[in-house]
Design a protein around this ligand. Structure first.
Ligand code: DHB
Ligand code: MG
Length: 221
């Protein structure tokens, strides 16, 4: 099925996703550094992130897990010139490539890349920092419950939170799989369930060029 899923993603892309030199440059440069673009979102998923930001007229966006900044550019594309995008990457080696990719892209909006643990970076922000309107969580899956709570601390009523890779080809319902990443995602589902700070949330399975996975979306109450 993987070939069909990939072919269909390419069909969708060729019809609906405009070619973007800047996005392509990120993919190419990331390849050159020997990092796997499999960890990046697919183009049609990037477009979904862009659209969620546009629908919500979000101006302040937070990304936890920059990787090589491909998704970062999709988030930035959606923002007006006075928008603000904070993206946090925990791994130096990824952040170096991300910084280069961000610099080369010369986006119309300021992209603030910080290196460190998300909790440290966020808790070091000035006390009067405004909450974020849109938050994309796409970092180490074992920490998803922590990142969700952190995201909520920096949210306001109406903030949209999206979490990537919450299905993992079905591993999350394989009870014998006790990998920290999978346990982290299950704990995230438990946290989402009847969370007092959420207005609504769901998760969707996705298939495509990135395999069988999915994303969770929540709206803050
Ligand atoms: C992995 C991580 C991701 O964020 C992703 O989108 C795909 C794969 C991984 O760690 O395998
Ligand atoms: Mg991901």
């Amino acid at each position: 099925m993987q070939k069909t899923w990939s072919d269909l993603d390419h069909y969708i892309e060729s019809h609906l996703i405009p070619q973007d030199q800047k996005l392509q440059q990120v993919i190419d440069n990331t390849d050159q550094y020997g990092l796997s673009n499999h960890l990046a979102v697919a183009p049609n998923q990037g477009m979904l992130l862009q659209m969620l930001i546009q629908m919500n007229k979000a101006k302040r966006v937070l990304e936890i897990g920059t990787f090589a900044a491909y998704s970062t550019l999709w988030l930035a594309r959606a923002l007006p010139e006075d928008g603000y995008l904070l993206t946090i990457e925990g791994r130096d080696s990824h952040a170096r490539v991300a910084q280069e990719n961000i610099q080369q892209a010369q986006m119309h909006v300021d992209i603030d890349l910080r290196i460190g643990m998300a909790a440290d970076v966020l808790n070091a922000l000035p006390k009067d920092t405004s909450p974020f309107d849109f938050i994309f969580i796409d970092a180490d899956k074992g920490s998803y419950p922590t990142y969700l709570e952190l995201a909520l601390q920096f949210s306001h009523s109406g903030t949209i939170i999206v979490l990537d890779n919450v299905i993992r080809a079905g591993d999350i319902i394989d009870a014998s799989n006790q990998k920290p990443s999978i346990v982290g995602i299950r704990k995230m589902f438990e946290a989402l369930q009847n969370h007092p700070r959420l207005l609504s949330c769901t998760a969707l399975q996705t298939v495509g060029s990135k395999g069988h996975d999915g994303l969770a979306i929540a709206i803050v109450k």
